[in-house]
Write a new protein. Structure first.
Length: 249
């Protein structure tokens, strides 16, 4: 059940997380109503959820994020995309403690040509979609662990489900994982601001590519490759968040 098309809403960084959580509450209430009152019929659940989304301006209530009726619970899954350095992970952390980064589904760099490393077909998006579907059902999952030190998959980790699950990364709104999202978000920021954030990470030693190699990758590969998908991802987003201030990655 992917998010139905509706009017896109532009948000400034300040206050964006609260507006998104208001929309989450409406969707969660619809899921609870569907599960609790229509005998767990999935088609009826979809109908009620879609109605709630179309009326998402009626928000600001204290609706619980999720409830269990007859042993059935569905979580709300949010997808956040945007170019490198836009502030995706910062916004994700404001929305939930259960955050799945698409970075963990990257290919191993040592066997992937540089110009293909950010191409979605080389990420394990089918596995990401499967993991999101399980988390949406309230199940725990085992996800890959991808390292920015070795630039490869180094193992796996167990992730416990939560009332709100956030998937963030450059291809979080790709059509494969998007089928399992309730709310889609696009975060944007000027290129100069985004590069300065990445440069700060490299200087801190977090990414360990080195400033010069990172600069080359940013301008020669990351920017143009994401640009090929940015229009489609942005048009699919329910919310577009403008982050041209001091927020980090």
């Amino acid at each position: 059940m992917s998010e139905p098309m509706r009017e896109q809403e532009m948000l400034q960084w300040s206050g964006a997380s609260q507006r998104i959580l208001d929309a989450v509450a409406v969707i969660a209430a619809a899921k609870n109503l569907a599960v609790g009152r229509v005998g767990c019929n999935r088609e009826d659940m979809k109908l009620v959820t879609d109605i709630a989304r179309k009326n998402a301006d009626v928000v600001g209530n204290k609706t619980p994020i999720h409830a269990t009726h007859g042993g059935v619970t569905e979580r709300v899954v949010i997808g956040i995309t945007g170019p490198v350095g836009a502030g995706k992970s910062t916004l994700a952390a404001q929305l939930s403690s259960c955050v799945i980064a698409t970075d963990h589904y990257f290919p191993n760099y040592d066997v992937t040509p540089e110009h293909l490393r950010d191409v979605p077909e080389y990420s394990d998006l089918p596995r990401l979609a499967s993991d999101l579907a399980a988390l949406r059902r309230g199940e725990d999952v085992t996800i890959p662990v991808w390292s920015f030190v070795s630039h490869s998959r180094e193992g796996y980790q167990r992730v416990q489900g939560a009332p709100i699950v956030v998937c963030e990364g450059i291809h979080a709104l790709h059509e494969i994982p998007r089928a399992h999202l309730d709310i889609s978000i696009y975060v944007d920021a000027p290129s100069t601001v985004r590069w300065s954030r990445w440069e700060a990470l490299e200087l801190s030693g977090v990414r360990q590519l080195g400033v010069e190699q990172a600069r080359a990758f940013f301008h020669e590969f990351a920017e143009p490759i994401f640009g090929c998908f940015a229009g489609g991802y942005k048009s699919a987003a329910r919310f577009v968040v403008v982050n041209d201030g001091g927020a980090s990655l």
